[in-house]
Design a binder for this molecule. Structure first.
Ligand code: CTP
Length: 387
C-alpha cells in the first residue's frame, strides 16, 4: 500500500534500516522506517489521510510519524544528508537521495533499503556491501566520521554486537577506541546516553553488553569514577537475576536506576551531583543510594542469618525498590529468596486503619511520634507473625 501511495505522490519510497536488517536475518521487527525521495511530510500526510491515521510532522527534520488508531506507528523521513556543525549536537539536514541517506547511517547492517513502489517492489538497495556484513556478522561503520558525528553510535555498536553475536570489524573497532579516548562520548547530552543505555537494558542479555563496554573501557566515559572489577560484574549478575521479581511487584521499575546504584557506588557527593545533573536522577534516588550504601552490610548479615523480618524492617525502613535491587546484588540465590519473601510480606502486611484511631481514642494519644512508634511496633509484630 505504501508503495502505491508513493506512485500516487510520484515519489520513490523505501523501507530502511533495522526493519530490512531484521527481515534479512528473519527476525520479527515491527519498527517500520520509511524513506521518501521527495517530500516525506507531504507523503506522510497523504498516507495518513488515505488510511485514516494521524500525522505528527517534524518540519525541521523533514520527518513525520504516522500514528494509526490502534497505536501502530510508522516513521516517515525524507531522504537526506546530514551534516553536523559540532559533534554530539543534532544534525543540520539537507534533502537528498536514498544512497546518500543510507551512507549517513551508523553501520552497514543498518544501511540497506527495500523499494516499495509496485513496479520495483521488494528490490533491495545495497550500495555498500551491507548484506555481506550482515551474513558474516560484522559491524562496520560506513565512513570514518560516523562516531564523531554521533558518539552514541559507540554504545549502539556494542548493543548490536551483543544482540546478534556479531563482531566489530577491526577498523571500526580502532575508530571506536580512538574516538572514545578523544572523549567524544563526553560531548553528548546525558539524556541521549541514558537512552542508549536504557536500550541496552531492554536487550535479552544486558550483562553481556555491560561486560563488553567494560572491556572496551567505555564505562568510565559514562560513569567517570567507576572502576569496573570482577566483583562489580558479580553484582550485576546477581542484580539482573533479581530485577524481574521487582518488576512484577513495582510498577515503573526503572532498570537504569537499578544499574546506576552499582555504577555509582562510593561516589563522592559532588560527583553524584554531577551525575544527577547529567542523567536526571531524582534527588530522592541519590538519597536512597547513599542510605543503602550504609545499611547493605548489616542487612546482608541479617538476611544471611535469617533474622526475623521485623529486624530487617527496622534497618530498611519503608523501603523503595531501589533499596531492594541494590541489596540483591550482594546476595546469593537463597538469600535473594529470603529477601523476596520479606518484600512480599512487607507489601502484604497492613495494620488496619482503625488501629491508629482506636489507639488514640482508647489511650487518649495524639497523632505524633509515640503513636507512630506503636503503630510501627504493631506492624513489626504482624510482619513476623505472617512469616
Ligand atoms: N541510525 C543511525 N544512527 C543512530 C541511530 C539510528 O544511523 N545514532 C539509523 C540506523 O540506520 C537505524 C535507523 O536509524 O537502523 C533506526 O534507528 P533505531 O530505530 O534507533 O534502531 P534500529 O536499527 O531500528 O534498531 P532496534 O532494532 O534496536 O530498534
Amino acid at each position: 500500500l505504501i508503495g502505491f501511495f508513493g506512485n500516487e505522490m510520484n515519489s520513490p519510497v523505501y523501507v530502511v534500516g533495522g526493519f530490512v536488517r531484521d527481515l534479512i536475518l528473519n527476525i520479527e521487527n515491527y519498527d517500520i522506517d520509511i524513506v521518501v525521495e521527495g517530500n516525506g511530510i507531504e507523503f506522510a500526510k497523504y498516507m495518513a489521510q488515505q488510511l485514516n491515521a494521524i500525522v505528527v510532522p517534524y518540519e525541521k527534520f523533514f520527518t513525520a510519524n504516522v500514528i494509526f488508531k490502534d497505536g501502530f506507528k510508522i516513521d516517515v523521513a525524507t531522504a537526506r544528508t546530514e551534516y553536523y556543525e559540532s559533534p554530539g549536537e543534532l544534525p543540520q539536514v539537507d534533502i537528498s537521495t536514498i544512497k546518500k541517506d543510507l551512507y549517513r547511517r551508523d553501520f552497514t547492517i543498518n544501511a540497506m533499503a527495500i523499494k516499495l513502489n509496485p513496479q520495483d517492489f521488494g528490490t533491495l538497495y545495497d550500495f555498500f556491501n551491507c548484506q555481506k556484513d550482515l551474513e558474516e556478522g560484522v559491524i562496520r561503520v560506513l565512513h570514518n566520521l560516523s562516531f564523531v558525528e554521533d558518539p552514541t553510535r559507540m554504545i549502539r555498536a556494542v548493543r548490536f554486537e551483543q544482540r546478534y553475536g556479531f563482531k566489530m570489524e577491526n577498523y571500526t573497532l580502532d575508530l571506536l577506541k580512538k574516538n572514545l579516548s578523544e572523549r567524544y562520548l563526553e560531548r553528548v547530552s546525558g539524556s541521549r546516553i541514558r537512552q542508549e543505555i536504557e536500550k541496552i537494558l531492554e536487550e535479552k542479555n544486558p550483562i553481556k553488553a555491560i561486560k563488553r563496554m567494560a572491556e572496551l573501557d567505555m564505562i568510565k566515559h559514562i560513569f567517570p569514577k567507576t572502576y569496573y572489577t570482577a566483583t562489580m560484574e558479580e553484582k550485576f549478575v546477581r542484580l539482573f537475576k533479581f530485577i524481574p521479581y521487582l518488576k512484577e511487584r513495582f510498577e515503573n521499575f526503572n532498570d537504569f536506576y537499578a544499574v546506576s546504584t552499582i555504577f555509582l557506588e562510593y561516589y563522592d557527593k559532588s560527583t553524584l551531583e554531577e551525575m544527577r545533573a547529567k542523567y536526571g536522577y531524582p534527588k530522592k534516588f541519590i538519597e536512597t543510594l547513599k542510605f543503602t550504601e550504609n545499611i547493605i552490610i548489616p542487612v546482608k548479615s541479617l538476611i544471611e542469618n535469617r533474622y526475623p523480618f521485623s529486624d530487617i524492617y527496622k534497618v530498611c525502613g519503608k523501603s523503595n525498590p531501589y533499596i531492594y535491587s541494590h541489596i540483591s546484588a550482594y546476595l546469593d540465590e537463597d538469600e535473594q529468596n529470603y529477601l523476596l519473601s520479606y518484600i512480599d510480606t512487607v507489601l502484604n502486611t497492613r495494620i488496619e486503619k482503625v488501629t491508629g484511631k482506636y489507639l488514640m481514642e482508647r489511650y487518649q494519644l495524639k497523632a505524633g511520634p509515640i503513636l507512630n512508634n506503636i503503630l510501627e511496633e504493631l506492624f513489626c509484630l504482624k510482619l513476623d507473625n505472617s512469616n
